[in-house]
Design a protein around this ligand. Sequence first.
Ligand code: PMP
Length: 423
Amino acid sequence: MRATHELTLPVPTPGTNVAFDVDRVRKDFPLLRQQVHGKPLVYLDNAATSQKPQVVIDTLTRYYAEENSNVHRGVHFLSERATEAHEAARANVRRFLNAADTREVIFVRGATEGINLVAQSYGRTHIKPGDEIIISWMEHHSNIVPWQMLCEDKGAVLRVIPINDDGEVLLDEYERLLTPRTKFVALVHVSNALGTINPVKQMIEMAHRQRVPVLLDGAQAVAHLPVDVQELDCDFYVFSGHKVLGPTGIGILYGKADFLERMPPYQGGGDMILSVTFEKTRYNTLPYKFEAGTPHIAGVVGLGAAIDYLQGIGLDRIAAYEQGLLAYGTDVLSAIPGLRLIGTARGKAGVLSFVLEGIHAHDIGTVLDQQGVAIRAGHHCAMPVMQRFGVPATARASLAFYNTRGELDALGRAIRKAIELFS
Ligand code: PMP
């Protein structure tokens, strides 16, 4: 059957001629200088977490050494300074995502908490028995389980968009799943297990034609592609600071103001209120309504510095450089006998997931570690996608703009060594 929905690929072409001084960039990342098991570290586990540039580390140190204080509360100098730094970072995130207003930028713990917030706050008030929520087959557990919990609670039904053998969503199947029963769509922007960049703009348009709101899980996208939430027209977007060169424990939920205004708070406590009596609490305005308790102030400030750093380089240049690396890495791995790449979508970010005939992914990971090469082995918190490809686990090398072709050669050599050892 002919597909009626053609994929429009939202990726830059491989940068053959990109002016990108990777040696200079690497100098900004102190951790990359170290040796592991007597070998130079080759860090290829960027989808799990990114390394941090010196400017982020310095910002955290300076914050604690010179600015530490609680925000939004004190009238004293330090509290005002910390509040300014905190809110300046919010303005940075707004620009980074091109959100229309800083009120639409909510600080949360990470992508996971952002999704749970929407599932609990929007979901619990809008989803009714028999309603349907659509996700894709390649979701991370954090974009499956919160919706499953909501469906169980509400008697709603989770529908899953199937994917093809390359790891691309089947848009015709998606179209078929979108019915008057559909009340929400939650999709991963870039898959952590396969690297697929989903045609999310097209998928959002399709959902909006039926007046269905869409949340995008951008955990693997924001460090690798320019993201413009107004251009995408998504209703919610989440990401984690630690995957975009920032600290752990901080993340972003973007939501369109008219949705957030109509949603009840997710947690109660300090800061999210205007007034409290035992009879009645009046909630604060956006974004504070969703930020109960003392926030991760250092994390917020560190994330602001990380975003500044990334934008200083430019996401367009990063994306183009990484596409070049991905093409090179794909060639290196494809030349290895017995290696099967899992995830060969036409639009891909820098994820190289693979299996080797007769060698378990964990054994590959261990042998590579001995060569100084850090990759991830396992189900990558995406068990359904492993089942879809009929494998228990994959080995996954995931790229960042500070990786080099030389490191991909080292990866190739280390994999050949693993094959030698296990044959
Ligand atoms: N979604 C995707 C696609 C991810 O890769 C991850 C992290 N591996 C998450 C969500 C969850 O991110 P966090 O654990 O930082 O909340």
